[in-house]
Every structure is written in structure tokens, then in C-alpha cells.
Design a binder for this molecule. Structure first.
Ligand code: ATP
Ligand code: MG
Length: 325
């Protein structure tokens, strides 16, 4: 039996290279070794302000970009969170196993409530409980995420232990899985690259966009002048090279940076070319899916059908052990 993998992405904006390097690329690599479920988590995206009229389109776009990035619907299950109402049912039950004090410490809650002072809602606060429900509903054992989700995943593990201790061994404890690029910073270099901060490079950027977005991007602050040597490990551009460049180019960038043999612009130009080259097939596949709306619709429908079946099976067990009969 293959281990079950679950992960999700919010339809909260444009999918970017941070999502790709930190999460999606890991998902693609896991397709054949694990039994994979990937989800567009629209209920999570409701925790911040959004335009309801645009949501259906954003959900489809997010799904298509992920398919284009390599999530082949023939090799995994893809679905939309709200299409499987058991997620919210399990969330309520897990609420009763979730320690309040730990929730209050979540850094994502603190950051997002600063970002959206006008709407600090309870959903934003209990976001990690819904995430725990997503994972446990399918008895997932492995959760590939970026580093920003470490705290939430640790919390999901705690909820899992609490539930099992209270009602009997029901869920396996999920483990995180990371890529080489666990956390990519935004082009400003100050905050992590995020859909909701205007600091990203879109995964589907046009070829000429890569360099124009990189041109002003932050680098190692030690490299004030072209002749100042730098430390590649301190540079977000170097992190991007790790994701998109060959070993040879990475060595060239590291050596050139340390010795001031190359300037940041040279380094960025090489990176832009490599990004364009590695992402060209993603853009091509995206065009193909965009021309097949019925197929995308079928993928969503079939994913919802399959996940509802799995989710209902778990819920029957949960209702049984919790005494809700
Ligand atoms: P938002 O700003 O709306 O929260 P986001 O860019 O953080 O959007 P999410 O949908 O919240 O994207 O996260 C999807 C996945 O991408 C998660 O596994 C998350 O850990 C990962 N991820 C997001 N940003 C980064 C990043 N900058 N570096 C590495 N991984 C990331
Ligand atoms: Mg996020």
C-alpha cells in the first residue's frame, strides 16, 4: 500500500515560483511513489477579503496552473475543498480537540491579521483546524508543504494526538516533507514570496517578464558596488538559482558572487534565462488545459466524487468513535 499524501493551495491569487519551488514541485515528484490528493482550498481563501464574483475563476485558474506544473490528473486526485462538505464537519469535531492557547501563537494568524486589520475574523484564527481536518479526513501520512506551514502542521499533529487519546487510535500522525527550497523570499527580500503580497514572480510569467521582475529584486546587501564580494547563501537570487539552474550555473553564480567576478545583473540574467527555459513546458501545458474547459470540469467533478467517498468513510468512523450515532 502506498502512503497517502495530502496538500493544498489557496485560490487567493496568482500562483508563483515560491509555491512551485516550495510545494508544487515536490508534489509532482511524489506522484508515483505515493497515493496523492491535492486540493484547491477555497474555504481557507475565504478567511481574507476577496471578490465572490471572481472566486470561481480563481479556483479554476489555480487548478489549471497546478495541472500545468505537472499534477497529472491521471496520476493523482485533484479536487476543490468546498465540494466535499465533510471537511467542515470534521473541522467542528477537531475544534473540540484543538488547544486554544496554541492557536493564539500562530505566526500566520498574526501576520495576516496585521495585513487585514479591517477583517480579523474567527476563520483566520481557526484556519489551522480546517487544515488539520483536510489532512486527517484522508488519513494522510505525508504532507509536502513550504516552511511557512511548519507551525500549522505541528498543530495538526497535536490535534491528531489529542483526538486519538480521547477517542481511540483513529488517525495516523502526519509528517511534513520539504524541498530544497523551503522558503523563497519575495522580490523585495523582506517577506516570504506570497500571492497576497505584491512581491512575486508568477509561475506563468511571459519570457520577457522574468528579467524585468528580477532586475530590481533584492540581493545580498553586502554587494553594494559591483566590486564588493557577496555571500550567495544570503542572497534570494541564489535560492532561485537552486530551484532553476544546473549544477554548473549554480557553481558559476557562487564563485562569481564570492569573488565579485560577476555582478548581480549578470547573475540575474542567467537566472532569468534558466527560469524561462524550465517553465516553458508549464506555459505550454497551461495553454492546452485552458483550451479544454470541459476536461478541467470533469477533473474537478471526478475528484469531488472520489474524495467524498473517502471522506464519508472516515466520517462514519469518526461519528462512531465520538458517539455521534
Ligand atoms: P497567500 O499569500 O494567499 O497565503 P501563498 O503564496 O502563501 O498565498 P498558499 O496557497 O498559502 O500560498 O500556500 C501553498 C503552498 O505553497 C504551501 O505549501 C506553502 O507552504 C507553499 N509556499 C507559499 N509561499 C512559499 C514560499 N515563499 N516559499 C516556499 N513555499 C511557499
Ligand atoms: Mg500562504
Amino acid at each position: 500500500m502506498k502512503k497517502r499524501v495530502f496538500s493544498g493551495i489557496q485560490p487567493s491569487g496568482i500562483v508563483h515560483i515560491g509555491n512551485y519551488l516550495g510545494a508544487i514541485r515536490n508534489w509532482v515528484d511524489m506522484l508515483d511513489k505515493y497515493d496523492c490528493i491535492f486540493c484547491v482550498v477555497d474555504l481557507h481563501a475565504m478567511t481574507v477579503p476577496y471578490e465572490p464574483k471572481e472566486m470561481p475563476n480563481c479556483i479554476r485558474e489555480t487548478l489549471m496552473v497546478n495541472m500545468a506544473a505537472g499534477l497529472d490528473p491521471e496520476r493523482c486526485t485533484l479536487f476543490v475543498q468546498s465540494h466535499v462538505p465533510q471537511h467542515t464537519e470534521l473541522t467542528w469535531i477537531l475544534n473540540t480537540c484543538a488547544p486554544f492557547g496554541d492557536l493564539a501563537r500562530m505566526t500566520q494568524f498574526k501576520e495576516k491579521s496585521r495585513q487585514h486589520r479591517e477583517n480579523v475574523n474567527c476563520g483566520l484564527f481557526t484556519y489551522p483546524i480546517l487544515m488539520a481536518a483536510d489532512i486527517l479526513l484522508y488519513k494522510s501520512e505525508v504532507v509536502p508543504v513550504g516552511e511557512d506551514q511548519t507551525q500549522h502542521l505541528e498543530f495538526a499533529r497535536e490535534i491528531c494526538r489529542n483526538f486519538n487519546a480521547r477517542f481511540g487510535e483513529t488517525f495516523p500522525e502526519p509528517q511534513p516533507k520539504y524541498t530544497r527550497v523551503r522558503r523563497l523570499m519575495g522580490v523585495g527580500g523582506k517577506a516570504k514570496m506570497s500571492k497576497s503580497l505584491n512581491n512575486y514572480i508568477p509561475l506563468l510569467a511571459e519570457p520577457e517578464e522574468f528579467f524585468s521582475l528580477l532586475r530590481t529584486a533584492a540581493t545580498d546587501p553586502a554587494r553594494v558596488r559591483r566590486s564588493d564580494p557577496g555571500t550567495p547563501e544570503k542572497c534570494n537570487i541564489h535560492t532561485m538559482h537552486l530551484g532553476f539552474s544546473s549544477q554548473e550555473d549554480i557553481a558559476w553564480c557562487e564563485e562569481g558572487c564570492r569573488t565579485a567576478g560577476i555582478g548581480c545583473v549578470d547573475c540575474k540574467k542567467r537566472l532569468a534565462g534558466n527560469m524561462d527555459h524550465s517553465l516553458a513546458p508549464v506555459r505550454e501545458r497551461y495553454k492546452k488545459y485552458a483550451d479544454q474547459p470541459d476536461y478541467v470540469e470533469d477533473v474537478m467533478r471526478e475528484g469531488a466524487r472520489q474524495c467524498t467517498e473517502w471522506a464519508e468513510k472516515t466520517m462514519q468512523e469518526v461519528r462512531e468513535v465520538t458517539g455521534l450515532r
